[in-house]
Design a protein. Structure first.
Lengths: 292, 282
């Protein structure tokens, strides 16, 4: 009896978590897989008819789908690298023993506390060509004479949504990397000091290698977040103008919800979920190796 | 060559300077919420306010709502608090139990199950919004705080398990063994030995769970309909329905949204660094 109890103990502890994930995430995902093979449209009753791979053929032939996938990759690459660069720089400052260090570290988390949707509105307003504070500042200092169309010109629109995403995301990088830096052992640094290593040498050969697990997890979590970015971009540009800032999820939203083509939208979201879960699988496999 | 001391001054100055730079967008929001209307929309822009007003906050808490559309901030705030605190609390409990099992018990298929749990976090909310909507209509969970809290709990559980599994791993097995030799069951050992030791992990993962639910918009916008379940992020959208955007109202609501977030973060800030290093990485 006692042995039986021992055997089922872990399942007893784990099952509530697994059940709620199955109910809220896995089951609906399975349902949308089914829908992706139908011509289901929210506005047409009785349209949940099996159409085979039709939706998948449509999406492969859709240039906007590929464009939005490409935009997402660009957005992710620039975003994650900038966040890492800024985050590491600021973390190196904050991990020192400064006056008011704990307050500074909490303050550096403030952007993370702003909801993405709020960040979207906020930066949409800052970058607004008529009333935005950025153009206002540029006017005040006589840098420009005509308004800069931040959210309309192709490169500038991408730049603007990146600024918003990076503003919010860097603070997550900062907090994880600061935590990492503060937990590093002191001995190697003292030894290097005795050997007369320069600041850069110490960073290159001690800090960076020891910090790399932290860098890895911060980048893993953030890149999953950026790859699924939606709120900020949807509010700032809605993927426009003319799909210039269309990311994969704003496009899925446009097709599935705005145009009510739920079947096609599900197919698109399914392809993207598979890419994103595959990516996560690779990342966490690596992480688990070090843990187990 | 700079002396060590002057170097420290330079770094301190730099740290403060960079943080002020980061904070400008946030400060501008706070600032706008207490300026009079004429200054916000003035052209040429007014940078230094001549007068401050708490009008929007008064509307939020002491009248029917903010602005001409009377956005009912009080109701949204209540809903947000219930859904976020509720789901973070439940996720914390579930995640701690599962994290303990994953780190301390051996059983078949453990690694695959762990991976399954973690990967479920990679599914973005928007991919689930429509199927969940249909499911919730069937189960009569649409537009209820119960339904929304369930969703947030499911979303938070994987990260919780990740952090708590890492945390329990850091607590020496010997302590628990000693307790078991003294006659504790595994469950008692968990409650009396492991749980108290992982308080930093609990607070770090708790704050992340809270913030995730507090900030979530996409799912809430599909799964909530009325005053009884709409949350703050969904409410923000109501300021855009007019021709002229009520920026001051929106900023005031943003500040109201921000206060609980920073309050809870400050509360756990002492444990945050330790909780993250042990839980998330090792």
């Amino acid at each position: 009896m006692a042995r039986l109890k021992e055997k089922f103990f872990p399942f007893f502890l784990i099952s509530p978590s697994v059940l709620i994930i199955l109910f809220i995430i896995t089951f609906p995902l399975g349902f949308s897989l089914y829908v992706s093979f139908t011509g289901y449209s929210l506005l047409t009753p009785g349209s949940m008819v099996f159409t085979g791979a039709e939706n998948y053929i449509t999406l492969v032939r859709d240039p906007v789908f590929w464009q939005s996938l490409k935009n997402t990759v660009i957005f992710l690459t620039i975003g994650i690298n900038t966040e890492l660069f800024l985050g590491l720089g600021i973390a190196l400052l904050l991990a020192r023993e400064l006056k008011g260090g704990r307050i500074l570290r909490t303050v550096s988390m403030i952007p993370m506390m702003f909801a993405p949707i709020l960040v979207g509105f906020q930066f949409k307003w800052f970058f607004n060509d008529q009333v935005g504070m950025i153009n206002n500042l540029l006017y005040t200092f006589n840098v420009i004479e005509k308004p800069v169309l931040w959210l309309i010109r192709r490169d500038l629109a991408m730049f603007s949504i990146l600024v918003a995403e990076i503003w919010r995301g860097t603070s997550f990088m900062i907090i994880i990397l600061t935590a990492g830096l503060m937990s590093l052992p002191k001995d190697p640094f003292e030894a290097a000091e005795v050997d007369g290593a320069s600041g850069f040498q110490k960073f290159r050969h001690i800090t960076f290698p020891l910090l790399s697990p932290f860098i890895f997890i911060a980048m893993a979590i953030r890149s999953l977040d950026i790859a699924t970015a939606f709120d900020i971009v949807q509010i700032m540009t809605g993927g426009g103008p003319a799909h210039r800032t269309e990311l994969i999820w704003t496009y899925v939203y446009r097709v599935g919800i705005v145009d009510t083509q739920f079947g096609l939208g599900s197919a698109m979201s399914y392809v993207t979920v598979i890419i994103s879960v595959g990516f996560a699988y690779y990342l966490f496999k690596q992480l688990l190796k070090t843990r187990r | 060559m700079l002396t060590k001391r002057s170097k420290e001054y330079i770094f301190t100055f730099l740290a403060y300077f960079v943080l002020v730079l980061i904070l400008i967008p946030a400060l501008w929001i706070i600032f706008t919420s207490i300026r009079p209307e004429v200054e916000v929309n003035a052209y040429p822009p007014v940078w230094i306010p001549k007068k401050l007003t708490l009008e929007k906050y008064q509307q939020a808490f002491f009248s029917s709502g903010i602005g001409e559309q009377a956005v009912p901030v009080r109701d949204y705030l209540r809903n947000s608090l219930i859904a976020s605190l509720g789901s973070a609390g439940i996720a914390l409990a579930l995640g701690t139990l599962a994290g303990f099992a994953f780190s301390r018990c051996g059983f078949k298929g453990k690694d695959s199950l762990f991976l399954f749990v973690i990967l479920s976090r990679a599914v973005p909310g928007i991919a689930l919004s429509l199927p969940l909507f249909m499911l919730f209509v069937k189960l009569k969970l649409l537009d209820t705080l119960t339904g929304l809290s369930l969703v947030y709990t499911a979303y938070n559980v994987p990260f919780m398990i990740w952090i708590m599994d890492g945390f329990f791993r850091e607590i020496p097995q010997d302590l628990e063994d000693a307790a078991q030799i003294d006659g504790c069951t595994k469950w008692q050992a968990f409650l009396k030995v492991d749980l108290p030791l992982c308080a930093p992990g609990l607070s770090a993962s708790g704050i992340f769970a809270f913030l995730m639910a507090w900030d979530e918009f996409q799912l809430a916008s599909v799964l909530t309909r009325s005053l009884s379940s709409k949350t703050m992020p969904v409410g923000l959208l109501e300021f855009t329905s007019e021709f002229v955007m009520d920026w001051r109202g929106m900023c005031a609501m943003a500040v109201i949204m921000f206060i609980p977030a920073i309050f809870f973060t400050f509360l756990v800030s002492k444990h945050l660094i330790k909780g993250l290093t042990f839980g998330a990485i090792k």
